[in-house]
Each structure stands twice: as structure tokens, then as C-alpha cells.
Design a protein around this ligand. Structure first.
Ligand SMILES: [Zn+2]
Length: 418
């Protein structure tokens, strides 16, 4: 990868100019981060045809979601948890590794009986995702759907819970892939008897829940529950074993838990952040990249027998917000709340904080070139519309005077509870 980026990425060529010809220790490489790379997007990418302008033209047009970029790449965007919106480009090699790692993970813990039960229901799968091309799964799902027809249902995480429940009841998935926080809310619905589905497998993604929640979700649905931890910068990073540990796919990612000065942190200690090097993606190289997540590596072998390093991640926990209304409680996943703000152009960073049971504060950092008043108006209108759809029109929305507050490891949590 070092030889490749030196030859093909002008930006890495500059970063690595003073390094020896042969680099065998990743710790010799300078640390990179999202801000550094995104600011010089065109020089960063290793294919000169890949430009920010061309990529933005595709991601900015909802009609083009699922389209291959330049005929061969997959594009996806992320929100600004480290202060900046990201646009990521994956090549075919990356997507092949994503698929292989996913099969290795699922194949590892489904029994022959599980596979038969899934096959008996023709593999009916429901994927619940954030709209707006949050993850490559949005693109993959759009492509799959064309091939699989009625066997795949993709649902938006922003649908009101009543509609999500109704559509899942109708569809009856054998496999369900929701965000972890949505899975917890669906488990509430199933317990209350409004949702009645019998998936064999729930594959959760993106967020961490309190450990006991995974057991509850498995019990309520009578299903196997898997969880993975990944990032747009490296979609195949890790997957959870039956002991509740995330095993890092070290064959495809160099994963270095480090302190605030980027020195290695030994297993058993909480890191400040983690540096990752993605060994698959050649078009948009991610090398010694500061991801901003605080992790702890297990010091002893994991009882599950998997020899890959086992970690726990802090700072990805999903706060489910609870609101009291005259007709009872409404619980919302953070993801549902963030979407209307994320969609506003000119917002470089935001936070939605619940400050009281009936009160939300919006904190925004706005691009200097944007019309501040228009950005606030659009953000508030979008959020207000979503709250009304959820029966929460009586909530008070306030403009925060302060910018978003930074959490441990430098990450900004977009939604925070009381
Ligand atoms: Zn394990």
C-alpha cells in the first residue's frame, strides 16, 4: 500500500517524501485524519479521474443513488461526527472484501438449521437504513433489490415506528438488518405485541448498546443477534462473536489503539483513539488514519476461540431518547433525529441535545459561506416536521448559543440524552 500510494496519490507522495524507500513498520507513517484528507480530496485519491466536484454531483442527486461512480466505484457519504462531512469512494476490491468478511462472520455463527430456516422463507431480508446513502449497504441494497425483487425490503430508519411495524408485519423477514438502536425499539414493539415477526437472524450495525440489550433483543425475537463495528473508512473492520467481543479483521486492516500522542496503548487499557490502515481500498487510501473512537483490547484470548484481536468500543453508544406526551411515552432513535439536520447544506457540525423531557436544543456550526439565518430556519423546519410525524409537535425547540460539545476521543455525538 505504501508503494502504491507513493506512486498514485500526490498527497501521500508529499506526506511520505522523507521516508525511507522501503517501509515495513506502519509506525513510521505519519498520522492522517478526515479533515486533512477531505480538504485535499482530489490529490488524495489515487485515480486522477476521481474529483470532489464529480463525486458531489453524484451524491447530491437522490436519483443517482446506487449508480456506479465513473462506471466502477461505489460512493457513500457520512455525517460530520469528527467535524466534517465525508465523501468516500470504494473500489471493486474493497466491495469484494466487504462481502467476504460478511460471509465469514455470518457463516461462523449460523447453524445448518438456521440456514435451512432462512432458505425455507426464501431468504426474505429487511434492511432498515438511514436514507441519504449513509452506508455502502444502501447502494448494495439498491442493486440487490433489482435482482431479488420481493425478497428484499429496504425501509427507512426515519419512518414513524407505527409504519415500520406495519410494514415488517406484512413482510415477515427471515433476516433483519437494523441499526442497533432501532432493533431495541423494535424489541419494545414485539414485547408489546404490536410487532409479530420471527426472524432467524438480526444483524445489527453501527452503534453500541448496553450489553444486556443484545440478550434482550435475542430473547424477544427468539433469534440470533450479531453486531459489527465498522466505519465508512473501513467497512469490514470487525464483527461480534458469541461472547460479545468485536474481533478485528486484522488480515485486512492494521488497527492500532493509541494514546493522545499516538503512542501504542497496551491491551487491557482504554485507548484515546485508534489508527486504522485499510489494506483493501486502493482508490482512496486510508493509512494510519485517526478514527476518533476509544477502544479497549482484551488482554487474554477470547473464550470463543477466534484468534483475531478482541475489542470493545466506547463512544458509539446509542442514546435512545424518551419523550413524555399526553398519550404516553415516545422513544426515538438518535438516527431518526439527526437526519433532517444532516440534510441541510451549510451545516458543518451539529448536535441535538435533549435538555428536559419536553425540550430539545439544536447546536450548529455553520460554514462561513452559508446564510446563517436560512440554515437555522431549514434545520428547524426539518426537525419540526419529523417531530410532528412522530406525534411530538408539542416539544420545545431551542437554538443553542454554543457550538456542539466534543466528547472523549474527539468525537462529536450528534444526539445526546438528558
Ligand atoms: Zn470472541
Amino acid at each position: 500500500m505504501v508503494a502504491h500510494v507513493r506512486a498514485c496519490s500526490p498527497l501521500y507522495g508529499e506526506f511520505y517524501r522523507d521516508l525511507p524507500d522501503r517501509v515495513e513498520d506502519p509506525r513510521l507513517l505519519p498520522v492522517t485524519d478526515k479533515k486533512m484528507l477531505m480538504e485535499r480530496f482530489d490529490e488524495w485519491c489515487a485515480d486522477r479521474a476521481v474529483t470532489l466536484e464529480a463525486a458531489e454531483a453524484v451524491v447530491g442527486d437522490p436519483a443517482r443513488i446506487g449508480e456506479q461512480f465513473l462506471g466502477k466505484y461505489t460512493l457513500y457519504t457520512t455525517s460530520g461526527t469528527t467535524g466534517r462531512r465525508g465523501i468516500f469512494v470504494a473500489d471493486g476490491r474493497t466491495m469484494a472484501v466487504v462481502t467476504a468478511m460478511m460471509l465469514r462472520w455470518i457463516g461462523g455463527w449460523l447453524s445448518a438449521g438456521d440456514i435451512l430456516r432462512i432458505a425455507a422463507r426464501r431468504g426474505r431480508t429487511a434492511i432498515i437504513m438511514a436514507t441519504g446513502g449513509h452506508f455502502a449497504s444502501a447502494v448494495a441494497a439498491a442493486r440487490l433489490k433489482r435482482r431479488q425483487g420481493e425478497r428484499l425490503e429496504t425501509l427507512s430508519a426515519h419512518l414513524p415506528m407505527t409504519e415500520l411495524v406495519e410494514r415488517l408485519n406484512r413482510f415477515q423477514p427471515a433476516m433483519l438488518a437494523p441499526y442497533a438502536s432501532i432493533a431495541a425499539l423494535l424489541a419494545d414493539e414485539q414485547e408489546a405485541g404490536r410487532l409479530a415477526i420471527h426472524p432467524v437472524l438480526l444483524a445489527l450495525s453501527a452503534e453500541g448498546l448496553p450489553q444486556a440489550e443484545y440478550g434482550r433483543i435475542a430473547r424477544v425475537f427468539g433469534a440470533k443477534v450479531g453486531n459489527s463495528y465498522a466505519a465508512s473508512e473501513c467497512m469490514f473492520m470487525s464483527a461480534m462473536c458469541e461472547e460479545g467481543w468485536l474481533h478485528v479483521n486484522m488480515d485486512w486492516v492494521v488497527f492500532e489503539p493509541v494514546d493522545a500522542d499516538h503512542r501504542p496503548v497496551p491491551p487491557g487499557e482504554q485507548s484515546h483513539t485508534v489508527l486504522i490502515s485499510n489494506l483493501a481500498n486502493r482508490v482512496q487510501p486510508i493509512l494510519r488514519y485517526d478514527l476518533g473512537d476509544s477502544v479497549m483490547e482484551r488482554p487474554d484470548p477470547c473464550p470463543c476461540g477466534n484468534p483475531l484481536p478482541a475489542i470493545r468500543v466506547q463512544g458509539r453508544s446509542a442514546d435512545i431518547l424518551t419523550f413524555r406526551t399526553s398519550s404516553g411515552e415516545v422513544r426515538l432513535a438518535p438516527l431518526a433525529l439527526s437526519q433532517p439536520i444532516e440534510a441541510v447544506r451549510g451545516v458543518t457540525l451539529f448536535q441535538i441535545a435533549q435538555t428536559a423531557p419536553d425540550r430539545l436544543e439544536i447546536r450548529l456550526r455553520i460554514a462561513p459561506t452559508a446564510d446563517e439565518e436560512a440554515v437555522w430556519r431549514e434545520a428547524e423546519t426539518g426537525l419540526r416536521k419529523l417531530l410532528t410525524e412522530q406525534g411530538l409537535q408539542q416539544l420545545t425547540l431551542e437554538h443553542g448559543g454554543e457550538p456542539p460539545e466534543q466528547g472523549r476521543g474527539g468525537k462529536f455525538r450528534e444526539v445526546t440524552g438528558i
